[in-house]
Design a protein around this ligand. Structure first.
Ligand code: M6R
Length: 599
C-alpha cells in the first residue's frame, strides 16, 4: 500500500477531489476511499491493518459523474466485491449500460459511470481477466483508462486505454501502471507506452499487450530522461515555485540541439522542407496557457514567414468549420499532450487533410501520437496545476517552428535565422536575471492580497502576456482578473477603473516601434488619471514610464518578440505570492486538474 500511496502523491496534481486504494490481500480485496485530498485517505488508513499485499491500485479523482463524496470515490467494486476498478475519462454510454445492468437486478452504490465497468467486468469474467476487460471495452464509448483487479487473480493487474493516458513501468520483479511516469519514477525509468484501444495485463515478471479484439499489439518502450528529483519539490514550498525557478533550464533544454550547421533542425518534426514550403496558412490550436503561447507566436510567425496565422481555442475550433486543406499547417500546443479539446481539434484537422504538428512536453502522449509531427518542449515534469515553465518552453518551440518555416520558404536569409536563434539562446540568462530580482514583486504581491480585482493591459506581444497574467491570478488566487489589449480600454473596460484598482501594464520596449510605446504610455496616464494604482513592467532604463508607474518592475532589454519570455515571469511570481498570502495551495487550485482529459 505504501507504494500505491507514494505513487498517488506524485499524481495528485491530476485530480484531488477524492482518493482511494484497493489492495489484493490474502482475504480478498481491501478497499478504502475518502473524499477530499489524499491526506484524508492517508489519515483514514493510518495504523490500519489489512492492507498488505503484492498487488494493488489507487486513484485520485477529478469528479465528472457524481459529486466528490466518499461513495463516488474510486475504486468501484461489483456486487460480489471481487472486482475493483479505477477509471479516468468518461464512459459516454454509461446510462444505457446502467439501465441494462439494473434490469438484471444489479444495485448501484454510486452515481459514477465507472461503477458500470466494474459490474460489466464481473459479469464477463470466466477465469480470464484480460479477456473480460477486452469484452467490456468493446462495449464502452468515450475516452477511458481503466485499471482492474480481481480477487481471484491476485498476481495480475489489467488495464485498458482509449484516448486517455496509461503507461507501464518495468521494474525488476515488479511492474507498474500509471497515468504518467512520475508515479513510478522512484522505482524505474524504463517504461512502455500503450497505443489506442489496447489492454495490458501485468504480473510481477512481465506484461502482455493486446488490442481490444485480443490480437497481439505492439508496445513502444522508452526510457524516461529525468529522475525522481525532477518530480520532487526540492526544498520549495510548492512545485510551482520550483517550476518558476526552473524556467531558464526549461528554455535552454528546449532549444538545445535545434540549430546545427547554420540551420534550424527539428529532428522529431518528421516534416520535410518541401512540406513546409507548401504551407499557405497556419492555425494554432490550444487551451489555456498553451493558447496564450500560441497568441504570442502569431506575431513572430507572421513576421518571419509572411504566412497568415490564426490562433484558435481548441474547444471552439471544430465547431466553426474552419477552412483547412492539405496546405494548412495546424500547430497543436499542449503541455500534457492529453487535453481532450486539443486532441479533438487535432483529429478534426487531420480529418480535413491538414498537416498537424504537435508541441508537447510529455513523451508519447496522445496528441503527438495522433499528429503528423512533434516538437517536444524539454521543460521536465510540470506538477503545479498552473503552467509556468512550459509556457516559456512553448513560446521557444513555436518560435523554432516559425524560423524553420521561414528558412524552408526563404522568407529569411540563413544569417537572419541564425541571429534570431542566437537571441533565443540568450533568453535563459535573461530569465535568470528576472528571477534574481523578483523580491520586490513578492513584496508587492503581499500588499495586493486583499484587492478585489486586478486588471492587466498590454499591446502587441504584451497583450497575450496580459491575458496570461490574468489567468494565473484567477486560477491561483481566485481573484477577479482580466487581461485587455490596452487599445480596447476606451471601448468599455475603462469603466472598471476606480480609485486604487491595481492595473498591471506590460510595456513594450521604447527601442521597438516608438508608436507602440507612446500609445501605451498614453493608456497608463489615462488610467492613472482615474485613480488606478499602476504597476508597470518595463524594460530597464525606460525612464519615460517613471512618472506614470506607482510600482515599477524592471525586466532586461531583449528583442521585442522575445519580451514575453521575460515579462511573464514577474506575473507568475505575483500571482503565486498573492495566492500564498491568501492562504491557498498554489499547486492545487480549487476545481482544477492538471490534465483536462474530458471535453
Ligand atoms: O496540457 P495542456 O497544455 O493542453 O493544458 C492546457 C490548459 O488546460 C492549461 O494550460 C491550463 O490553462 C493551466 N492550468 C493554466 O495555468
Amino acid at each position: 500500500m505504501t507504494v500505491v500511496l507514494d505513487g498517488l502523491r506524485r499524481l495528485e496534481y491530476r485530480g484531488y477531489d477524492s482518493a482511494g486504494v484497493a489492495v489484493i490481500t490474502g482475504n480478498g480485496l481491501a478497499v478504502e476511499r475518502k473524499a477530499g485530498r489524499l491526506a484524508n485517505l492517508e489519515a483514514e488508513l493510518a495504523g490500519r491493518d489489512g492492507f498488505v499485499g503484492t498487488a494493488g491500485m489507487g486513484h485520485t479523482r477529478w469528479a465528472t459523474h457524481g459529486a466528490p463524496i466518499d461513495r463516488n470515490s474510486h475504486p468501484h467494486r461489483d456486487v460480489t466485491g471481487k472486482v475493483a476498478v479505477v477509471h479516468n475519462g468518461i464512459i459516454e454510454n454509461f446510462h444505457a449500460l446502467r439501465l441494462e445492468l439494473e434490469a438484471e437486478g444489479v444495485e448501484f452504490t454510486s452515481d459514477t459511470d465507472t461503477e458500470t465497468a466494474a459490474h460489466l467486468i464481473a459479469r464477463s469474467y470466466a477465469g480470464d481477466l484480460p479477456a473480460a476487460v477486452r469484452e467490456v471495452c468493446r462495449r464502452l464509448e468515450g475516452a477511458f483508462t481503466l485499471v482492474v483487479t480481481h480477487a481471484d487473480q491476485p498476481d495480475m493487474v489489467v488495464a485498458a486505454r482509449r484516448s486517455s493516458p496509461l503507461v507501464v513501468g518495468i521494474g525488476e520483479g515488479e511492474m507498474f501502471l500509471a497515468s504518467d511516469v512520475s508515479a513510478f519514477i522512484e522505482h524505474t525509468r524504463e517504461a512502455v507506452e500503450l497505443g489506442q484501444d489496447q489492454v495490458v495485463a501485468i504480473t510481477r515478471d512481465g506484461y502482455d499487450v493486446t488490442g481490444f479484439a485480443g490480437e497481439p499489439a505492439p508496445a513502444k518502450h522508452f526510457r524516461v530522461n529525468w529522475d525522481l528529483s525532477a518530480a520532487e519539490k526540492g526544498g520549495h514550498d510548492y512545485f510551482m515555485l520550483k517550476e518558476i525557478e526552473e524556467q531558464p533550464e526549461a528554455l535552454a533544454n528546449t532549444l538545445r540541439g535545434h540549430f546545427v550547421d547554420g540551420r534550424i533542425v527539428l529532428d522529431e518534426q518528421r516534416m520535410a522542407d518541401q512540406d513546409l514550403r507548401e504551407v499557405d496558412k497556419v492555425f494554432v490550436v490550444a487551451c489555456g496557457t498553451a493558447y496564450h503561447s500560441g497568441l504570442v507566436a502569431k506575431y513572430a510567425i507572421e513576421h518571419w514567414t509572411r504566412l497568415p496565422v490564426e490562433v484558435e481555442l481548441a474547444s471552439e475550433f471544430r465547431y466553426r468549420d474552419p477552412v483547412l486543406d492539405r496546405d494548412t499547417l495546424v500547430v497543436a500546443i499542449s503541455q500534457s499532450g492529453e487535453t481532450a479539446d486539443t486532441l479533438e481539434a487535432v483529429r478534426h484537422a487531420r480529418g480535413q487533410k491538414a498537416r498537424v504538428l504537435a508541441i508537447c512536453n510529455t513523451n508519447g502522449a496522445q496528441i503527438p501520437r495522433e499528429s503528423d509531427a512533434v516538437l517536444y518542449t524539454h521543460a521536465g515534469p510540470e506538477v503545479g496545476v498552473a503552467a509556468t515553465k512550459t509556457f516559456l518552453a512553448q513560446i521557444a518551440a513555436n518560435y523554432m517552428v516559425g524560423l524553420a518555416l521561414a528558412q524552408a520558404r526563404g522568407t529569411k536569409y540563413n544569417d537572419e535565422v541564425a541571429r534570431e536563434f542566437r537571441e533565443l539562446e540568450r533568453m535563459p540568462s535573461a530569465v535568470s536575471q528576472v528571477l534574481r530580482t523578483v523580491g520586490r514583486v513578492r513584496a508587492l504581491g503581499r500588499q495586493l492580497a486583499d484587492s478585489k480585482a486586478v486588471l492587466f493591459l498590454g499591446r502587441h506581444v504584451g497583450y497575450p502576456v496580459a491575458l496570461e497574467g490574468a489567468l494565473k491570478l484567477k486560477e491561483l488566487a481566485y481573484m477577479h482578473a482580466e487581461g485587455f489589449a490596452a487599445g480596447e480600454l476606451k471601448h468599455g473596460p475603462i469603466a472598471l477603473i476606480e480609485p486604487d484598482l491595481p492595473v498591471v501594464v506590460v510595456m513594450p520596449s521604447p527601442k521597438g516601434r516608438a508608436v507602440l510605446h507612446a500609445k501605451l504610455v498614453s493608456n497608463i496616464s489615462e488610467i492613472q488619471a482615474r485613480g488606478a494604482r499602476t504597476i508597470v513592467i518595463a524594460e530597464e532604463g525606460d525612464e519615460t514610464v517613471l512618472p506614470f508607474a506607482d510600482e515599477l518592475i524592471e525586466v532586461p532589454q531583449v528583442p521585442t518578440l522575445l519580451q514575453p519570455l521575460v515579462s511573464t515571469v514577474p506575473l507568475q511570481v505575483l500571482a503565486a505570492e498573492i495566492a500564498c498570502a491568501r492562504g491557498y495551495d498554489v499547486d492545487k487550485p480549487r476545481n482544477l486538474a492538471k490534465s483536462v482529459t474530458v471535453e
